[in-house]
Design a protein around this ligand. Structure first.
Ligand code: TXA
Ligand code: MG
Length: 348
């Protein structure tokens, strides 16, 4: 299959959107930008499209897909019950980086939900995504547009790297704004529970709906706890090199990383370092990547996955990273970084 890449950075080109919409209506696959990461879209109400998505990503088919909508009213057809909390959260955060889980209706095929009776739904905050959803008939199932196990794509080139020749079209809307996948909150039973941390954190959710819980599997490095979002159990974002997070007082962290760097390079290894704008100048070698500024969380979240991909391309042997416990998105950033590190943390 030849994958067409369409440049849509300069605003909505209705002709391209219409073409992409027809591909989706005909059961094909189109990757598209959202504010979080690029998605790999197929018709959410078509079981065979879901199968194609799993095949293109090499993803286990028990891992459910998120259904993307462009209007709140679209929820009525796919969610069997819409609790009051969902309306409040939608008012506050949709369109935006929040996915909610509901009991599903029969309209949603089991292929889309990985065999579950619940469905995950999100209204993305991106003009290209919203236009595409409308052009495709209102319901697009879209996981992140990466090969299963690789970091989620934050620009069209990442999608190309993983899926070229496996999907019909890529809409290139430029780099994304957030760079980490949406927050997932389960509203299908009991106390609303956060299954995946993202840009919208627990405090922001609780300001709107009161008490929430966090799935224990997110907080723990005990792989024996089964996460409620099936996808969270997979080894994710893992770079080819071994990644270690070095935590502690910044001066000690920098000194430790410099020491490890020297040791590694003396042994003939290629060492990658993930630093912040504030500390980058203090490192004495290695392949240095400045992720962003500690005073601008989005600059950090936006660059994380791209840097991990970069280190794969450069075939580094070892990566050392600072820790990024930032105020709003710290939990989301560290959740991804810890997964990438296989929970290897060095305290100094
Ligand atoms: O930001 C995002 O959410 C991106 C963009 C493209 O919208 N999408 C995304 O999809 O990250 P994906 O498939 O990579 O991650 C979806 C996660 C998986 O961990 C999956 O297990 C979980 O959502 N999930 C989906 N439906 C679920 C359900 N019914 N119950 C529990 N977890 C569910
Ligand atoms: Mg994913």
């Amino acid at each position: 299959m030849k994958t067409i890449t369409a440049n849509i950075k300069e605003g909505i080109d209705q002709e391209i959107i219409t073409e992409a919409g027809s591909i989706l209506k005909d059961g094909g696959l189109v990757a598209f930008p959202t504010e979080t990461v690029y998605g790999l879209g197929g018709n959410a109400l078509d079981e065979q499209a879901a199968e194609k998505i799993y095949a293109a990503k090499g993803r286990p088919s028990d891992n459910p897909l998120i259904v993307h909508i462009a209007e709140f009213e679209a929820l009525n057809k796919i969610a069997a019950e819409i609790p009051e909390e969902a309306k409040m959260l939608a008012d506050a955060f949709w369109p935006g980086p929040l996915t909610m889980i509901f009991q599903k209706t029969d309209l949603v095929p089991m292929g889309t939900t990985g065999g579950l009776n619940t469905v995950a739904v999100r209204m993305p905050d991106h003009p290209v995504a919203l236009a595409l959803i409308r052009a495709a008939g209102g319901y697009i199932a879209a996981p992140s547009a990466n090969t299963s196990g690789r970091p989620s794509p934050t620009c069209a080139a990442h999608v190309q790297e993983d899926l070229d020749g496996r999907i019909e079209m890529i809409l290139d809307g430029g780099p994304v704004g957030i760079g980490l996948e949406s927050t997932i909150v389960d509203l299908s039973e009991g106390v609303p529970t956060i299954l995946r941390p993202g840009y919208i954190n627990q405090q922001m959710l609780e300001e709107v709906i009161g008490k929430t819980e966090i799935d224990r599997a997110i907080l723990s490095d005990d792989s024996g706890i089964k996460p409620k979002a099936p996808g969270m159990k997979y080894r994710h974002y893992a770079p080819k090199a071994s990644l270690t997070i070095v935590e502690g007082e910044q001066e000690k962290v920098t000194a430790k990383i410099n020491e490890l760097l020297k040791e590694g390079e003396a042994a003939g290894e290629k060492i990658g370092v993930i630093a912040s704008t504030e500390t980058a100048a203090d490192y004495l070698g290695g392949i240095l990547r400045t992720i962003g500024s500690r005073s601008d969380e989005l600059s950090i979240s936006r660059h994380l996955f791209g840097i991990l991909r970069d280190f794969d391309t450069l075939q580094v042997d070892r990566i050392y990273s600072e820790s990024f416990e930032t105020p709003q998105m710290g939990q989301a950033i560290m959740n991804r970084l810890m997964k990438a590190a296989g929970h290897q943390v060095m305290e100094v």
